[in-house]
Ligand binder design. Structure first.
Ligand SMILES: Nc1ncnc2c1ncn2[C@@H]1O[C@H](COP(=O)(O)OP(=O)(O)OP(=O)(O)O)[C@@H](O)[C@H]1O
Ligand SMILES: [Mg+2]
Length: 295
């Protein structure tokens, strides 16, 4: 996470649009906010909008505003989110879901640096930095004809990838402790066995899933300690066959332990050797040599 934030800090100085990619719950919005906070726009608004949540017409007036009488129900003029974010950052979440008529309008706004309220002929300039996020493969959406390629190129001038939690298991325990603190329960301890389970879990729901697991642990904890039995079943079931944790495991040669650990990390990284090497803190060649030795 710190590597991502470091990269975000370097992007903060620029005004170019940023595309944040990552699985659901990985922390894309957290990164978008950090990007804003680290920029010279920090004292101006950060405005977030989920573009998947509204139908096309409503989204247009939400983003660009409308004049009085622009459509039935538009009794008063309304400022759009572009205007609200003036001088700051506009975060367009779930950008892959943006309806195509809106894609064309967003492209125009980006090209001209101007927006037009619905029902108005006059356009005016706004100074907004655009940050987008999606958990989808946008190039695939382009190939399927669902997303405009020209818009994609406008939006992903700079990109930030937030890795899934399973690819950065060293983040799990610090995040868990931080969550205990935020829940006002920093006095609670995680037992060694519980930590083992947390570090081994593949976290399909990423940080959001970890939050739920920690809440589960807080609710059931006894005597100031969160033990495996206080965690949800999906963690304990997966960890039941693990060789680690109960303190009674037989003494085993280091090579066996190493091999098992390396293979587990590789699996958790979806088979990516580059990612596994990073998590293990070793070079790719070293990993490759180890794997060859295991065969
Ligand atoms: N590094 C982090 N530190 C603290 N909390 C985090 C971190 N990363 C994520 N979270 C928390 O995890 C939850 C999910 O994060 P966020 O909403 O940023 O994910 P997302 O990638 O935008 O997910 P989605 O694609 O589902 O919108 C949030 O409650 C957020 O506060
Ligand atoms: Mg989000």
């Amino acid at each position: 996470m710190q590597e991502v934030l470091k990269r975000a800090a370097r992007f903060a100085a620029s005004n170019a649009p940023v595309m944040i990619l990552g699985e659901s719950g990985a922390g894309k919005e957290v990164v978008a906010r950090a990007l804003h906070e680290g920029s010279s726009r920090a004292d101006r608004p950060f405005v977030a909008v989920n573009v998947a949540a509204l139908p096309s017409e409503l989204l247009e007036s939400e983003l660009f505003g409308h004049v009085r009488g622009a459509f039935t129900g538009a009794a008063v003029a309304k400022e759009g989110l572009f205007e609200s974010a003036d001088g700051g950052t506009l975060f367009l979440d779930e950008i892959a879901e943006m309806p195509s008529p809106l894609q064309a309008k967003l492209l125009r706004a980006l090209q001209d640096g101007e927006i037009r309220r619905v029902g108005e002929t006059r356009a005016f300039g706004v100074d907004v930095r655009i940050v987008c996020a999606t958990h989808r493969d946008l190039s695939a959406r382009v190939e399927q004809g669902l997303f405009r390629q020209d818009l994609l190129y406008r939006l992903k001038v700079l990109t930030l990838k937030v890795p899934p939690l399973r690819a950065r298991c060293e983040d799990v325990v610090p995040l868990a402790r931080r969550m205990l603190l935020e829940e006002g329960r920093s006095e609670l301890r995680l037992s060694r066995e519980a930590i083992g389970l947390l570090e081994r879990h593949p976290w399909p729901g990423n940080v959001r899933e970890l939050q739920n697991v920690i809440k589960h642990g807080i609710a059931l904890a006894e005597e100031g300690v969160i033990e495996p039995r206080h965690l949800p079943e999906e963690l304990t079931a997966a960890g039941a066959t693990s060789p680690r944790g109960d303190g009674n495991s037989p003494m085993r040669p280091l090579a066996d332990v190493e091999r098992e650990h390396v293979q587990r990390v590789l699996e958790a990284c979806g088979g990516s050797q580059a990612e596994a090497a990073r998590v293990l803190g070793i070079g790719r060649n070293t990993l490759w040599r180890k794997l060859r030795r295991f065969e």
